[in-house]
Write a protein that binds this ligand. Structure first.
Ligand code: NOJ
Length: 739
């Protein structure tokens, strides 16, 4: 969006500042340093690692080093600084002791909360609840801002079609439409309407671009994709973030079709600035400029830094390549000073837009104390967590459980655990703030109900088991609640997995528990879709609870005992087997769709279908769909269709349903997906209640990129599906006609 952030009076001030800046000061604005072990690329850290200095000496050196740089006006940003006191102390040096008094900008990975940790982003995505996602981002911003942070490295808007990739946990799943809507909500939540509001922080759309397409789902791996897939599948969430006014972008670690994103002019200038119209600034990922050398794309760090700057990469995160390698190249004319000035301008522009020049100290310790873990934030964490849960199976209405029972057996390595429920990227969270599943259940049941616990086995350790004790605890219970899954470090960055099953001996534990003949409710705590065909076939109920943050236990108990009727729907397909991966619902049509016939597209040793499809999730009530209606059967490409459907709660409790609209372009000049999500509505229905749900579908949005990369909306037949998930629903059709 061209108009974002451009303000005449700021631009004037920026030019005045740039005219006064020395080369060193200019380059300083493009440096982000992390004054802690997170920095991992600092020279003092090398000394610490080599045992040349003690940790105390390291801290002193580290602090002096950074303070000197701030005082010298040659440091523009810091990562990893937390706390109102520290950030204000450092800011004071920048504003009062440096020559030009340019304020610092403090950035941090505030991914799903600061102290009040919310569900991991993938879990939140399963709520399809944009208002709530906006709200949790707003609270995260509020707490982070109170702790002196101006800028979060979120939202991650990478599409991920491969659950082996650990970072699926951090995104919104596999669908472009849903992810784009969520990107908008999260950017709005973090940034609000006015960036000068001291309770908001700058957002960062990352990782630009294609990071989720890593070959084999292996983090940091190469990415090779057609321009059409790039534009149709991976780009739209970034476009949505830009349109929502996101202030910064982060470049991706990976190469895209052979060029590292960090140094790609096509990506950072053509796609991002010319096509999307973004005019905030771009930060590299940690060390990604220097890694152009390892990619074999640059001879040395010098060349890497030149290529990155000229490509449009403004700020260098954490390794100081710009610091060391730009000055000489600007001095000798290899880098035009105007290019450097442009990067500096973009960084200063965001500092002005944040209001940092007028109000450099946006918080104090009192605000901080009041804000962190404020009761309304904790309450919101419970609300969001409930909404993120997906009920995958509920045979014979096993759930909800009665609160008054003789004995509930709570078994499993994640039942009495706090840390693992925080999920990935929760460095500022405190495990002590987490309600365990066990304590959530204890708090929910009737006083006369006995709750007995046994760990049974470890999450991943294959040696350590105590299945016998677990069986003893379970043998005289009314119901077994087994809490199993992944540790938090099994997903997230650098945590790709080859297998997607329950690690360690957890399935063995479940099989033994099943043998007791007691009703078996499996609660899954995990950061990605898992392959659990045995569980799907044998458990009586499956509650996909992900890693729900500090209110995990309470939210899970709310669902188990019926205080909340689950409403989440999967934002990512659950494969039957890892061999099916990548498996996603909106795949292009093949010439030989799977069937009983041998020579069709399928595996000979397992099902063709996934275990649970995209959009799937059950409720304690049932919904019926009827009366699918279209405003016309023909539209020109400038018109929009109004689609309505009646949804009735045919069960006997109130509940929310996420009504989903999919379309399929039946014949086109390029092979199109079998179907694609184009709308959704979340509605609440009382028992017996019927609501008419309306969608507006712009024909303009139904185009695609043809072979020549022109965006075209082709006349012809479209199918339309409205239903509870990507597999089921009512079917209709319409034509786009020539004008
Ligand atoms: C690397 C990650 O890829 C990125 O998402 C994160 O923001 C930075 N490190 C900073 O921690």
């Amino acid at each position: 969006m061209k108009e974002h952030f451009i303000n005449e009076s700021y631009e004037k001030k920026i030019n005045e500042l740039i005219n006064q800046m020395t080369l060193e000061e200019k380059i300083g604005q493009l440096i982000q340093i992390v004054p802690s072990l997170f920095g991992a690329f600092d020279e003092t850290i090398a000394k610490l690692i080599n045992g040349e200095i003690s940790y105390d000496e390291f801290q002193k050196l580290d602090r002096n080093y950074h303070e000197d740089k701030i005082r010298g006006g040659v440091l523009g940003s810091m990562g990893g600084v937390t706390g109102a006191e520290t950030s204000n102390r450092l800011q004071k040096i920048a504003v009062e002791e440096s020559r030009l008094g340019i304020p610092l900008i403090f950035g941090l990975d505030v991914i799903h909360g600061y102290k009040t940790i919310f569900p991991i982003p993938l879990a939140e995505a399963c709520s399809w609840d944009l208002e709530w996602m906006e709200k949790t981002a707003e609270i995260a911003a509020k707490e982070a801002a109170a702790a002196g942070i101006h800028w979060t490295f979120a939202p991650m808007v990478d599409i991920s079609r491969d659950p082996r990739w650990g970072r699926v946990a951090e995104g919104s799943g596999e669908d472009t439409y849903l992810s784009s809507e969520i990107a908008t909500a999260r950017v709005k939540g973090f940034q609000g309407e006015d960036l000068t509001d001291a309770q908001r922080i700058l957002a960062c759309a990352k990782h630009f671009i294609g990071y989720g397409g890593a070959v084999g789902g292996r983090d940091y791996n190469t990415v090779d994709m057609s321009p059409q897939t790039l534009h149709e599948v991976y780009l739209p969430p970034f476009e949505a973030a830009t349109n929502a006014g996101v202030g910064t972008f982060m470049s991706a670690f990976n190469d895209l079709n052979g060029v590292p994103c960090t140094a790609s002019r096509y990506i950072l200038t053509y796609l991002l600035r010319d096509k999307l119209g973004f005019n905030g600034f771009v930060v590299s990922d940690a060390n990604s400029i220097a890694e152009c050398v390892e990619h074999g794309y640059s001879r040395d760090r010098k060349e890497a830094s030149r290529k990155a700057l000229l490509a449009g990469l403004d700020m260098d995160m954490s390794q100081g390549t710009y610091l060391q390698d730009l000055p000489e190249q600007v001095e000798n004319g290899d880098i035009p000073e105007a290019s450097l000035d442009e990067a500096v301008r973009r960084v200063l522009r965001m500092k002005f837009n944040l209001g940092l020049f007028d109000n450099p100290y946006r918080t104090n310790q009192e605000i901080e104390k009041k804000s962190l873990l404020a009761p309304e934030h904790v309450q919101a964490a419970r609300e969001m967590a409930k909404r993120s849960i997906v009920l995958l199976k509920n045979e014979h209405n096993t759930l909800p459980l009665k609160k008054k029972l003789n004995k509930v057996a709570v078994i499993g390595p994640l039942a009495d655990n706090q840390r693992e429920l925080l999920g990935t990227w929760a460095v500022t969270g405190d495990p002590n703030d987490v309600t365990t599943v066990l304590s959530g259940i204890e708090g929910a049941v009737h006083a006369d109900t006995e709750v007995a616990y046994s760990k049974g086995c470890d999450v991943s350790d294959k040696e350590e088991t105590d299945i016998d004790t677990a069986l003893k605890v379970a043998s005289d219970s009314d119901v077994i609640i087994a809490v199993v899954g992944e540790n938090s470090d099994m997903s997230g960055e650098a945590s790709s997995r080859m297998e997607l099953d329950l690690p360690g001996r957890q399935e063995e534990l479940l099989k033994a528990l099943h043998q007791t003949g007691k009703p078996l409710v499996v609660v899954l705590i995990n950061g990605r879709p898992l392959t659990i065909p045995w569980v799907a076939a044998h458990a009586d109920a499956i509650v996909e609870a992900w890693q729900l943050g500090i209110q995990s236990g309470n939210a899970i108990a709310d669902v188990l005992f019926g205080d909340y009727n689950p409403s989440g729907k999967l934002a990512a397909t659950f494969p039957y087997s890892v061999g099916q991966v990548p498996i996603y619902y909106n795949h292009p049509r093949t010439g030989r769709p799977a069937s009983e016939v041998k020579f069709t597209s399928k595996y000979i040793d397992g099902p063709h279908e996934p275990l649970y499809p995209f959009g799937f999730g059950l409720s304690y009530t049932t919904f019926e769909y009827g009366n699918l209606n279209l405003s016309s059967s023909e539209f020109t490409k400038n018109e929009k269709a109004i689609i309505s459907v009646d949804v009735t709660n045919s069960g006997n409790q109130s509940g929310e349903e996420i009504v989903q609209l999919y379309i399929a372009d039946v014949i086109a000049s390029r092979v199109r997906p079998v179907k694609e999500l184009r709308g959704f509505k979340k509605i609440m229905l009382q028992p017996g209640e019927c609501k008419s749900v309306k969608f507006e579908l712009e024909m303009q949005d139904l185009g695609f990129y043809n072979e020549e990369m022109d965006y075209v909306i082709e006349p012809g037949l479209f199918k339309l599906y409205v239903g509870p998930n990507s597999k089921e629903g009512l079917e209709g059709e319409f034509n786009i006609i020539k004008q």
